[in-house]
Ligand binder design. Structure first.
Ligand SMILES: Cc1ncc(COP(=O)(O)O)c(C=O)c1O
Length: 394
């Protein structure tokens, strides 16, 4: 199949739900990917934060290969050593009081499971935040803010109320009639948005006071992305339920919902999925968690992220078109005063893959193995891109 036939096949048969770049990615290694013509790109998108440990990380590849040769599928009705190790490994890195693990295949499924558990726990209202993104299945979509994703699918769940993220006054809406609050500690899809320590203190206080479950969605922020294992550690939050996914299995499809051991749990048959906890993904979870812990990549995310951010601050002082740069660890955004579409495409021409959030925000979710020289290359290219875009404006 030549490149044109390949593109035509995807365009003809796949649901047209993704904004496509006319680029065929062929292989990857670490922070780089190559297209079908052999062109190399520095990947700051990281498959929307999935390639946490780098593309085709050798440790993960080896673990998956070994497991594929042994046993790929094992339904939850049987026991399996890789799955048992996966839950021990997840348990090792998650908060001490969270001991119930539900394994699934995507972030939205983890959120869906959390939502069902909250509904089982209490019939009261659920609170979510403006700007939040929790997925696109009916349940998770009900918790997702952006009306453009929801408009064709109304009515969604009607027991979800939204309050403005970061607005301490609105936290009084968390009361005795609230079952749970769903929270992204740093809002990713919304353009890497932060809230203050005081805000989170009050949020935790309100949840404690009214016996409300705090569900923290760390699908994008978790596993070292922000320079700590969990973003909620920066703010001393105490989740009752944690949702994780993305890079948990080194690039294999995965999700996990981890809940407090002393709260409501699912009972037999109430919530299951065929592939959840399969040995192949479990082997990748084990290799990934061991890699994260052994290779110091969380410290690297903190250190390299800060160097990147410092460099972006310099760019901001150079280019008037940059409104803001912000980030924590290797979750970083540049907010422009103008649409960034041309910069995004110019980036691709210059071998840099970036992510966008809305019309004016560039977002970076690279591998946590990103090194200083790759940061320097990224900054050099970004400098050129903003220079080019300035020329265009003139
Ligand atoms: C914070 C957050 N929650 C949930 C999801 C949904 O995860 P998935 O796309 O794996 O279903 C995402 C995906 O980007 C996310 O960033």
């Amino acid at each position: 199949m030549n490149d044109e036939e390949l593109i035509n096949s995807e365009d003809k048969y796949l649901a047209p739900v993704y904004q496509k770049f006319q680029i065929i990615l062929d292989k990857g290694s670490g922070c780089y990917v190559w297209d079908s013509s052999g062109k190399k790109y520095l990947d700051l998108m990281g498959g929307y934060g999935v390639s946490l440990l780098g593309h085709s990380n050798k440790t993960i590849v080896q673990a998956i290969t070994n497991q594929a040769n042994k046993l790929t599928s094992c339904h939850g009705s049987f026991y399996n050593a890789e799955r048992a190790n996966a839950v021990l490994n997840i348990n090792k890195i998650t908060p001490k009081n969270l001991d119930n693990i539900y394994l699934c295949n995507s972030g939205a499924e983890a959120v869906e499971a959390a939502l069902k558990l909250c509904k089982k726990h209490s019939k009261n209202k659920i609170i979510s935040m403006s700007g939040s993104y929790h997925g696109k299945t009916i349940g998770s979509l009900s918790l997702t803010w952006n009306p453009k994703y929801k408009k064709s699918f109304q009515p969604l769940l009607d027991d979800v109320d939204f309050i403005p993220f970061g607005d301490a006054d609105s936290l009084s809406k968390i009361d005795d009639n609230t079952a749970a609050v769903f929270l992204e500690v740093i809002q990713g899809e919304n353009g890497v948005k932060f809230a203050s320590v005081e805000y989170f203190n009050k949020l935790q206080e309100q949840c404690d006071k009214h016996n409300v479950l705090l569900v923290v969605d760390e699908i994008q922020t978790g596993l070292g992305r922000t320079g700590k294992m969990w973003a909620h550690e920066h703010y001393d939050l105490k989740p009752d339920i944690l949702c994780i996914g993305k890079g948990l299995a080194g690039g294999m499809p995965v999700g996990a919902m981890i809940s407090r051991s002393d709260m409501t749990n699912f009972s037999l048959g109430e919530h299951t999925t065929t592939f959840g906890g399969n040995p192949l993904t479990s082997s990748a979870i084990n290799a990934s968690i061991e890699y994260i812990l052994q290779e110091n990549i969380i410290d690297n995310a903190e250190k390299t992220g800060q160097i990147f951010l410092n460099g972006l601050e310099e760019l901001k002082s150079k280019y008037d078109s940059i409104r803001d740069v912000r980030g924590l660890g290797l979750m970083i955004a540049i907010e422009s005063k103008f649409p960034i579409k041309d910069i995004l495409f110019d980036g691709l021409n210059n071998g840099l893959i970036m992510l966008y959030s809305g019309r004016t925000i560039l977002r970076f979710l690279p591998s946590l193995t990103l090194n200083e020289s790759q940061v320097a290359s990224s900054l050099q290219i970004l400098d050129k891109l903003f220079q080019n875009s300035q020329k265009k404006v003139k």
